[in-house]
Design a protein around this ligand. Structure first.
Ligand code: ADP
Ligand code: MG
Length: 142
């Protein structure tokens, strides 16, 4: 599925819709350059899960846990990861195999430890289409 958005609000809404439909144990992986809209999408997804508190990229921790929504939400940002072993240390496997919803920004950096069953979200710019244009590809892998 390919969705084209023309504003941050539209990307947020796509995230919100997927958050509303998310099921226990679902894993979302996000890829795309810095500033492309991964966190905007994530904020929408959190809203769709019923999380009201502000969601930002976890800068000093790899994972941020939100318990107040319809399902637990585990938000990973692995941009600063040095080695995939750091993921084991934070209990990555337990999160992704748990009953909550996991989302990983910069998932391509930890490709080798991603679960096969996941919903891949790829966000791309195309400056010829305008500064706020984003092409978002959603692909369910089994
Ligand atoms: P990332 O997490 O990928 O580094 P952010 O979500 O933090 O990126 O930032 C995305 C930036 O791009 C925000 O400043 C947002 O307002 C802007 N933006 C412009 N157009 C869009 C769009 N269509 N979708 C998402 N973000 C957009
Ligand atoms: Mg981000």
């Amino acid at each position: 599925m390919v969705i084209e958005t023309k504003s941050p609000e539209e990307t947020f809404q796509l995230g919100e819709e997927l958050g509303r439909k998310a099921v226990p144990g679902q894993v979302f992986t996000l890829t795309g350059d810095l500033g492309v809209g991964k966190t905007v999408f994530t904020q929408g997804l959190a809203k769709g899960l019923g999380i009201e508190e502000p969601v930002n990229s976890p800068t000093f921790t790899i994972v941020q846990v939100y318990e107040e929504g319809r399902l637990p939400f585990y938000h990973f940002d692995v941009y600063r990861i040095g080695d995939v072993e750091e993921m084991e240390e934070v209990g990555f496997d337990d999160y992704v195999m748990g009953e909550g919803v996991s989302l990983i920004e910069w998932a391509d950096l930890i490709e080798e430890i991603l679960p096969e069953k996941r919903t891949e979200i790829r966000i791309e710019k195309d400056l010829e289409q305008g500064f706020d244009y984003r092409k978002i590809t959603v692909e369910k892998l089994e």
